[in-house]
Design a protein around this ligand. Structure first.
Ligand SMILES: Cc1cc2nc3c(=O)[nH]c(=O)nc-3n(C[C@H](O)[C@H](O)[C@H](O)COP(=O)(O)OP(=O)(O)OC[C@H]3O[C@@H](n4cnc5c(N)ncnc54)[C@H](O)[C@@H]3O)c2cc1C
Length: 350
């Protein structure tokens, strides 16, 4: 498989950066930029909209979308090639989501769609096991396990259409890679094994579909580590839905005996409850939906309001619940010094 290729047009840039350029061939430029700006806000990304276009400035990335006669010109810049690669993947998806079916795809100036990110590696399925009705544990063999030995970045990206992308790149007709983020639940450098727990949710997306059919010996593309980690606090409130159970289990297993933690795990039914071993003082409460809507944000908020002794809050769940919780917490004088609320997945509007 080809490695990532970028053009570096600017001699000197504030970020000392690599650039990626592209064009969205669209006539309704302002309409699309307004929608994209709202879409970014929904994902908690601050974007500046002005007469010339849309600007996003993050510590390690800048994105400029500028209106031009032939559409919207894109200039992405970052010193980190991995960051650039996944921003490009993300922007491809965001433009389709924000613009709907009528918007043409981004025309990138170079052919990076066939390339792979710098940290790309290949995993081989070693075993599969259903650890609960909705959670399938898959163990992989890889030479790169040592990379994932970090609590700062507990996750990895999986290339769900690895076989199709490999075949297409060999035939010279590249197709778009489909990446999904998962948590490294366990790893063992001695046996070169890395374990991921996949939620098998009802509407099959690429990740769920792959996990349902995975066969021993099959290969899958991966990149990472990536994503946020856990900052230790003496007393913490930790919460999440099924997608966060692997991360919560890993966090609890990593705690010092002195730590004191309250956990709220949301799952569908009693059969989905898992053991969460830890050396710390841990109280785990299970919130069962049993076919109802999620109530995670309300429960976490009520716990935070009741008990002002927690110094850490770590929550990962559906984007709507995460947003609701952030809003609720703004209204109270809470005690959290380490506050991290992650959106792990997005419910499609009905
Ligand atoms: C940092 C991070 C760590 C994560 N760790 C894990 C992990 O260890 N295990 C894990 O299973 N997931 C994890 N997730 C969540 C996972 O990336 C998403 O659930 C992802 O959308 C699944 O991809 P998919 O292709 O199956 O579904 P998509 O193609 O993304 O979505 C298809 C449809 O399914 C719905 N959907 C997506 N996810 C869910 C869900 N969880 N429950 C119900 N409906 C859903 C969508 O709303 C959509 O309608 C993590 C996410 C992040 C950001």
């Amino acid at each position: 498989m080809k490695k990532l290729v970028t053009k570096n047009r600017d001699q000197a840039s504030e970020l000392g950066a690599h650039h990626l350029y592209g064009t969205i061939p669209v006539l309704e430029r302002d309409f699309l930029l307004d929608r994209l700006s709202r879409h970014l806000q929904d994902h908690e990304i601050v974007a500046r909209r002005d007469k010339t276009g849309l600007n996003v400035d993050l510590p390690d990335l800048s994105a400029r979308l500028i209106t031009a006669h032939d559409g919207i010109r894109i200039d992405l810049a970052s010193a980190d090639l991995e960051r650039l690669y996944f921003t490009k993947v993300w922007l491809d998806e965001a433009i389709q989501e924000a613009g709907g079916a009528d918007v043409a795809e981004i025309l990138w100036d170079d052919h990076t769609l066939t390339g792979m990110p710098p940290s790309f590696c290949i995993l081989t399925v070693a075993s599969t096991e259903d650890i609960s009705p909705r959670l399938r544990r898959i163990s992989f063999l890889t030479r790169h396990v040592h990379r994932f030995n970090t609590m700062e970045q507990m996750h990895l990206r999986l290339l769900m259409n690895f076989n199709e992308v490999s075949q297409a790149s060999q035939s010279g007709c590249p197709i778009k890679p489909i990446w999904r983020v998962y948590t490294v639940r366990q790893f063992d450098e001695q046996t070169s094994t890395l374990v991921v727990d996949f939620v098998l949710h009802d509407e099959d997306g690429a990740g769920t579909e792959w996990a349902k059919r995975a066969l021993i010996g099959e290969c899958l593309g991966a990149a990472g580590p990536c994503g946020g980690g856990y900052s230790h606090s003496d007393t913490a409130l930790i919460a999440g839905d099924e997608t966060a159970l692997p991360a919560i289990a890993r966090i609890l297993a990593s705690l010092d005996p002195e730590a004191s933690v309250k956990v709220i795990c949301e799952a569908e039914t009693e059969a989905d409850i898992l053991a969460m071993p830890s050396r710390a003082e841990v109280e785990v409460n299970w919130l069962l939906r049993n076919g109802r809507q999620s109530r995670l944000a309300d429960h976490v908020f009520s716990e935070a309001e009741k008990n002002r002794n927690f110094t850490g809050l770590w929550v990962a769940c559906e984007a709507g619940e995460a947003k609701a919780l952030r809003r609720q917490l703004q209204g109270i004088d809470h005690s959290f010094r380490n506050l991290r609320i992650f959106s792990y997945w997005h419910k499609e509007p009905a």
